[in-house]
Write a protein that binds this ligand. Sequence first.
Ligand SMILES: Nc1ncnc2c1ncn2[C@@H]1O[C@H](COP(=O)(O)OP(=O)(O)OP(=O)(O)O)[C@@H](O)[C@H]1O
Length: 611
Amino acid sequence: MSTRTSWADLAANSAAENTVAGSSANNGSVGTTSAAPPRSTYVPPHLRNRMPSSDPPAPAYSGPATSNDRPGYGGSRWGAPRNDYRGGRSGGWGNRSGGWVRGREPEVNPFADDDDTEEAFTEQENTGINFDAYEDIPVETSGENVPPPVNTFAEIDLGEALNQNIRRCKYVKPTPVQRHAIPISLGGRDLMACAQTGSGKTAAFCFPIISGIMKMQGQSAQRPPRGARAVYPLALILSPTRELSMQIHEEARKFSYQTGVKVVVAYGGAPINQQLRELERGVDIIVATPGRLVDLLERARVSLQMVKYLALDEADRMLDMGFEPQIRKIVEQNDMPRPGARQTMLFSATFPREIQRLASDFLYNYIFLAVGRVGSSTDLIVQRVEFVHESDKRSHLMDLLHAQRANGVQGRQALTLVFVETKKGADSLEHWLCVNGFPATSIHGDRTQQEREQALRSFRSGNTPILVATDVAARGLDIPHVAHVVNFDFPNDIDDYVHRIGRTGRAGKTGLATAFFNEGNASLARSLADLMQESNQEVPAWLSRYAARSSYGGGRNRRSGGGRFGGRDFRRDSSFSRGSSDYYGGANTSSGHGASGGYGGYGSGMTSAWD
Ligand SMILES: Nc1ncnc2c1ncn2[C@@H]1O[C@H](COP(=O)(O)OP(=O)(O)OP(=O)(O)O)[C@@H](O)[C@H]1O
């Protein structure tokens, strides 16, 4: 048995695959310059198989550490070296780390692999980001004293190190959700934000957290108990799947590069000891799946006592029946500061009303932000629905894939993501595709974590351009070159459909989504037809006929309400009768860019730029 963990494996294989992907794109470039460190050197898991940063060291490294001149991860927000508050445990790390002197660890450059990955795809797609596509999206905010949006990153005081990383990410200007959400969070307000898939929500919650922690650096603050075994993160980001947590961690590492803010990830299916070791090396932001975090809390290895920021990504999923008890345990039954004493941010592309109601338990005097209609899909995705009987689905899929090949899309590594309902169904479709000459892999809950990660890597790199997936891959995953999402089995909830198709058409790029629909899905006909109409898609006549016959199903009716742009913040429902202004202080609506009109008076009344 290999003792290699999923993280080490990830690093090792991504290097190998970049090479393959690079050559398969015929650009002749080798995808990595990484080399394994000598065996005798202890290297934390996420640093393995990588060389220390080739960037010039941050100024903070160049001088002696003081509370205001923080080295990489060695300084501390408490104005003293971290060793101070980690008591007896910390002494061992200097020895343990071999050549990596504590407090002077070279920080791995998380941007190092970016260009290699892109090179594999440059011939196929290099359209750049077209955020103009989002400019006229209606934006609605409600709540008291809503801070005004910004138009540029330069207008926001995020700190130079973070600004530098934003430039490294090639983010030229903020997306609409970022323009609104970042000032709200920097203003210290709780936030429930709903914005379309692929519109940059991750950065919208990461930037204020990182910036806030940077500002805390060097400030004196409450110290954790001396000799405590637990670690005391300042921020907690929860997400529903392991792969999404890994992805958020990767993103957050980029955003926090050379800021002195350390991000650690903890998720199930991977060895906990390795994650514990990583946590012990210092953590400011912990990104976690709920199950693994509960485990860490029960072992008293993580304390949430110092948490200043709590972010729930895919918040509606985190608060639905499956996850809610765990989330309540983490947030309400541990030592996390209460709403008001911490800052809470909830983000998703969908937010059913009853989940909004539930979520309000976690929030204090919050602002509700909706970019686009709650639960709508982006116009960037061309949606097609085809009536296909169960027995014809495979041959129909084959036709689609052949057509793609004939158009040259497949040959140029465009990626196709095929969603099915069951794990068995995923295995069998994967097998059938492979047998029929279409390289496919699969991701679902019955596969080991290593297999799941391997499947994603292989898909991402273009080595296996078809991924058959259950809903485990439906939310949040940002795989840049997915050109086509096929709903082979239609989901049971229209919100799941929104998230699934949202794996394409991201960051201003266009995408295609094809759904197979038959009598078995009739209860969702109306929801689907409405959704398609809202996103300016052509609704086939047969679907309209189904829709006319059916009532709302699968969640659509939970979301819609009021006029076209109204009734999205559940606090505005007439049925919500707390009748007090501390719940709802007013609403603003504006277009994505022409926001000034709506924000002249902070949070008073309601204006509309469209009606
Ligand atoms: N300001 C920006 N400029 C350019 N690209 C951006 C910007 N903000 C985010 N992106 C890119 O857009 C893509 C989508 O972002 P992200 O994954 O955060 O979307 P999301 O809204 O969280 O989607 P989902 O609802 O599917 O989780 C990412 O590749 C990200 O790097």
